[in-house]
Write a protein that binds this ligand. Sequence first.
Ligand SMILES: Nc1ncnc2c1ncn2[C@@H]1O[C@H](COP(=O)(O)OP(=O)(O)OP(=O)(O)O)[C@@H](O)[C@H]1O
Ligand SMILES: [Mg+2]
Length: 539
Amino acid sequence: MNLTNKFIIAILFITSIVVSTFIYFQISEQKEILNNELNQRIALLRSHLESNAKNDILSLKYEVENDIAAFNFSHIDASFKNLVAKDEIDAVILFNRDKSKELFVGENSFKNQFPKQEINTLTLKEINNRNNFVISLPIIINDKWGEIHIVYSLKILHEEVRRAEENKKLKIQSNVKKAILTSLLLALILLIFSYFFARKLLSPILLLTETAKDIANGNLEISDKLSSITSNDEIGLLSASFIDMTKKLDTSYNTLNIVNQSLELKTKELQDLNLSLEEKVAQKVKKITEQERMMISQSRLAAMGEMMSMIAHQWRQPLATITLMIADEKIKSMVTSKESVESDKILDKISDIIIYLSNLINDFQTYFKPDKSAEKISTTLLIERMEQIIQTRLKYENVQMHVEKRNEVFIETYANEVVQVLINIVNNAIDIMVERNQTDRHIWINIESDTSDVTINIEDNGGGIANEIIEHVFDPYFSTKSKNGTGIGLYMAKMIIEKHICGRLSVTNTKEGARFTLSLPKRQKKQRVEFNDANTSLL
Ligand SMILES: Nc1ncnc2c1ncn2[C@@H]1O[C@H](COP(=O)(O)OP(=O)(O)OP(=O)(O)O)[C@@H](O)[C@H]1O
Ligand SMILES: [Mg+2]
């Protein structure tokens, strides 16, 4: 329902309430006036009737007194009949004091309705359910002789009252009709008036509503009609603020559009940037992977070289023995010029030495192969495996290794990888002591453990690492060795311990040299980085 209809309905509702209240009060007042009029009329009629009755009974009394004195009772009877012939008189009775003589004319039903007490003055009394009244008077002839009573009918009065009431009803009905018709006419006039008034009053509001709808649909152009609302009332004020608001909205909308456009541009730029960044990152990752692969192959070559040199060291002694044995045998055969049982024994020995040399190569191969799975191993055995590989070099370079084996702890780990790391660290220590021509050469190894980790400390007295470079020793390709160093050893060792085994590898300087600390979890955790054979095998 629109605003105009609501307005009209409200006006009609208020009007109908006002008019019906007005009609109600008007009719009530009219009723009261008519009732008063009626009561006055009844009182007048009654007093008229009563005064007639008084006149009648007084003149009858004198007549009757004269007739009784003259004993002319037939005249009394004739007078009575004359009276009863009147419409308003129903009966007349005369009786003497002791009621021995009686004269009655009229309807028999009234015979017993006369007052029973003796009367001495004029009395009036209503009887027969107020349909009649009796007027009574004593008859005096010298003294009281008897009483005379006349019964008057009130029917005429009642008839008059009924007619007056009917008239009153008719008057009220016609008044109600008139009032309803007048109200309807008034309502119609009001309807027409309120329709035009509502249109006039509400048209600016309707216009504002329409404009608001347009704005909601994105049309921010203000219609000329809206500008034509120039009244000084609240609607004029509303319209002015509405126009102002729309203009501001338009400005904000335009600004928003500009911001949006620049935002879109920026987003596009950002997307492009992201794309090129992704490309750059991919290229970088590719480059790093490539470098890592190169590093691994370099480290593999370096480890192989190291192994070759260690094998060479360990082979030198047995090979010299074999050479000596063969030379010795040659001299003996030249002197005796016959084959002896001795030579068989020597050949057996040579064969044993060759088997030993072959096993040595196997040992090296085993230790340089990465483990497929973690194994349970004691720290003592781990260090022994490292010693077995490195012992010839230690002996050759005259380095004393002191291993504190008291704190033997069992751990679950990738044993071969740990052995590789230990070899790397010990080799570095030997390298530095040889390079610095250290005369008294020592390496100390000790084990500590707590509930979750085992710590292996490898300490040397090679003079330590210069403070300027100590934080770079684990960087790839960092080496102070001019010819033989690739600078990958410690980098690989840190990778293996921290990324593969989930432990820690660090270095500090002591008074006499460097201390490398390897912290290993007692139970092998899930690997952070999966290594494959090609990546970690140093052989
Ligand atoms: N115990 C040590 N005392 C003093 N300096 C050391 C010690 N261990 C390592 N360094 C220094 O750390 C550097 C890096 O060692 P790393 O094992 O990574 O490379 P490298 O030994 O030079 O070459 P390679 O790849 O042949 O092992 C060494 O060049 C050396 O200067
Ligand atoms: Mg090294």
